[in-house]
Design a protein around this ligand. Sequence first.
Ligand code: SF4
Length: 66
Amino acid sequence: MKRKQAVIFEIGWNACINCGACVAVCPQESGFISPFDTIAVHTPCDIACMVCEDICPVSTITHVAA
Ligand code: SF4
């Protein structure tokens, strides 16, 4: 499920309920997390499988091209 184009995730902090789902499903190596215990933001993700965006219960994860 690897894409060619790396992405950078952004999270709407006001909507995030800090459930931890995005980190739980992320296939990146451990450490790809933000200071708020979500997936890393403003950091290029070269896997770009998008499972975090799919699983987020409040749909507050978005991305831009890296
Ligand atoms: S899955 Fe969504 S609501 Fe849950 S911690 Fe991650 S960004 Fe926040």
